[in-house]
Structures are given as C-alpha cells and as structure tokens.
Design a protein around this ligand. Structure first.
Ligand code: PGA
Ligand code: ZN
Length: 400
C-alpha cells in the first residue's frame, strides 16, 4: 500500500517551474517522477497546472490529494489513476493540473517496479518487447521552440543502426555536420540553438531541408548506415484564419497538402508529424492516402495521446502513426489506453519528450513497454540524453 506521497516544485530545462512527485510504499520502495512541459501544446491536451501555475497545483495537492492517496493499493495502477481523476473532478485535470497527475502516476509505477525488483519497462503496460526503438531527434528547429527560426518546428534525423549507442551518435554527428555547414554558409552570423538544442538558422524551410539532406547523406556514407529524414511541422502553430502562414507566402489546405507531398518526394522525408492543423483529420487523411505506404505520418497535436481522438483518426484513416506524451492525457493508464487503441489498428507509436524537459528518463522505459517504433528525444543536451543514455543501458539488458 501507499505509505505516503509528496510533491515539490523544481525547474525544467527552460528554467520554468514544474513538479516532481515522490511515492513511498509501505515496504519502503520509492518512486520519483518529474513532469515535462510543452510550448506548442495541442488544444485538446489536459491543463498542466491549476490556473497555469505550479504553486497553485502544489496547494491543491496539499489540500485535496495527499491524504486521499494514503493507504491505497499501489498495485492497482488503474484504480490509482482513476482516483486522481475523481479527486480532480474535471475532464482535463484543470483542478489538479495534468503535470501533477502525470508525476504521481509514473512515480507510483516506478515505486511498484522497485518493490517487485524489476525495471519499470517490465511493469508499465506489461507488453514490453526485447528490442530498442530507433532514436529520432531534431537538428534544425524553429516554430515555437526558437526565435526567428524556420516555420516548421523541427527537422529530424534517425537511422537504422541496430546499436542504440551508434544510432544516437549518428544523429549527433548529423547535428554537428549541420552546424559546420551552417557556419560556412552564413559567414559572420551568430548561430544558436532552440529549446531542444536543434540549430536555429535564419534560412527558409527549403534551405533547411536541403541542408538536412546534404548533411545526412554525408554522415550516412561515412558511417555506412541508412539515415531517415523527418520533420514536425507543428502546423497548428502557424495556421491562421484558414491559411498556413509561411514567411514567404500563405498556403490554403490544398496547397499545404501538396507542399507536404512534394517535400516527401523532393527530399525523401520518411517521418512527418502534424503536417496539417490539429482539427483537420481529412487533410491528414489525404496525405496518408497519397504517401502513407512509404512514409510515417504522425499525429501529435492531432491526437494529444487521447484514445477517443485516436479512434477518430482510425475511422478517418488520418495517419499511420501517433505521438505519445504522458502529460498530454495525464495518467499512465490513459496513455496505455491510447497506445493500445493505436496498436490495435496497426498504427505505429512514437514516444516523445517535451520541449521543456527534466532529467527524468521514464520515456526510455515506456518506449519498451509500448513497443514504440521511435523515441523522440532530441540529439544532444543532458535532459535529452538522460533518456537516450538510459536506452543504451537498457539495450544491454534486453538484447543480450
Ligand atoms: P512541445 O512540442 O513539447 O513544445 O509541445 C513538441 C512537439 O510538438 O513534438
Ligand atoms: Zn509535435
């Protein structure tokens, strides 16, 4: 049973306040989890903090949550997650804050795993596979993660190396190569990185695509691996009054669909996340129909890890992939529900970090529990590598 829970405020990688929960069982087994934070959040995500403030959520926890969790059977993860929802009493965790429920829910799973003496991936979901996912990470960034970057939020890279260590190294090498090339192209211009440490360059989206392709090709040759290209357009973040607003021009729905299909054809993009606005299931479906056989179209803001939205995506054939972020839905149980819904329709899932992160590595474990095709967690930076390096360790354990 649960002996006690506590909650504290810590800082995330952007220097913003977030929450960290501790759950202690009667046996003394302890689980700690901190919640990340998004910048380009989906409209249908749960609310991260009560009144938008970590302090308000902490107060709510002290007043209404802590006592109610005492003595609860820790092995009943679903019951615990439902209890959190009942205490909250809203549809979107706006009383407690979805970051509080996320931290508590995952902290419980960690505590129980510890009590059982097994790693968390063997406990969470109960359907782990003995194969590491492929890392996918952003190397050029813009949108809401940067100042004056590209219109697309993320240009991503992945590769087919079966060694997870080599796979993350290849991604990091592409990141490095892009930096070197950018230095040559943009003489006497300062270059920086965005929230997830992808390069922020004042170039057009097409120039970014070419730079990505050239750099990836070079590294692929040098390291003798196949490199996959991707992007997260995060299209809702530049969708205004029915148009996709780029620096140079505006595109309507039909033009945006064609632009995405052309990007796939001209640059060989395999992974394409949120290419259309988050309300546009039909637009996504047109893209998937056109190129879904050769590419993974992934819904992030489109689904917000919500099983009923994923069901709508299945019915409308909107995408063949889904992004998974626990704090978009607020509990491990509902996240698992989203994954099962997607998997039952042969949709691939991609477990993901948020742009504001902590050093917590729980998504590394969930990537195995959920049999994720990819783990999206950047390419460099301590809070990104906390997850990736954990998978280097876990791969030793599962594949040997
Ligand atoms: P967020 O964005 O964490 O800032 O919401 C990441 C993404 O869109 O994948
Ligand atoms: Zn996204």
């Amino acid at each position: 049973d649960i002996k006690g829970t506590s909650l504290r405020i810590i800082l995330d990688s952007r220097g913003n306040k977030t929450v960290e929960a501790t759950v202690i069982l009667n046996s003394g087994a302890e689980g700690i989890c901190s919640a990340p934070a998004g910048a380009s959040t989906g409209a249908t995500e749960v609310i991260p903090f009560r009144d938008g403030r970590a302090e308000e959520s902490l107060n709510f926890f002290e007043r209404n949550v802590r006592e109610s969790l005492k003595g609860f059977n820790g092995f009943n993860q679903t019951g615990f997650d439902n209890l959190l929802k009942n205490i909250d009493g809203t549809e979107n965790f706006s009383s407690m804050g979805g970051n509080v429920s996320t931290a508590l829910s995952i902290a419980l799973a960690k505590a129980v795993s510890k009590e059982l003496g097994i790693p968390m991936y063997r406990y969470a979901g109960g359907n782990f596979r003995m194969k590491a996912p492929k890392p996918i990470g952003n190397v050029i960034g813009g949108g809401k993660h940067a100042i004056n970057g590209t219109t697309f939020q993320e240009f991503l890279v992945s590769n087919d190396s079966s060694s997870f260590l080599e796979a993350i190294e290849v991604n990091a090498l592409v990141h490095k190569r892009i930096g070197q090339k950018a230095k040559d192209i943009m003489k006497n211009v300062s270059i920086g990185v965005g929230d997830e440490r992808a390069w922020v360059l004042s170039i057009s989206d097409e120039q970014a695509m070419q730079l990505l392709k050239d750099s990836a090709n070079e590294i692929a040759k040098e390291k003798k691996v196949k490199v996959y290209l991707g992007f997260d357009a995060a299209a809702s973040s530049f969708y205004e009054k029915g148009k996709y607003v780029y620096k140079e021009k505006k595109r309507d729905q039909g033009e945006q669909i064609q632009y995405i299909i052309d990007a796939h054809k001209n640059y060989g993009f395999y992974y394409m996340e949120d290419p259309m606005d988050e309300a546009d299931f039909e637009g996504h479906a047109e893209i998937t129909k056109a190129i879904g056989k050769n590419a993974l179209i992934v819904g992030d803001d489109l689904y917000t890890t919500n099983a009923s939205r994923i069901r709508k995506g299945i019915e409308t054939k909107a995408t063949n992939g889904v992004l998974i972020k626990v704090n978009q839905i607020g509990t491990l149980t509902d996240t698992w529900d989203a994954v099962k819904t997607a998997t039952s329709a042969s949709m691939e899932n991609v477990i993901s970090h948020r742009s504001g992160e902590t050093t917590d590595d729980f998504i590394a474990h969930l990537s195995l529990a959920f049999s994720s095709t990819f783990i999206k967690s950047g390419t460099i930076g301590g809070e990104r590598l906390a997850k990736l390096n954990e998978l280097v360790r876990l791969q030793e354990e599962i594949e040997h």
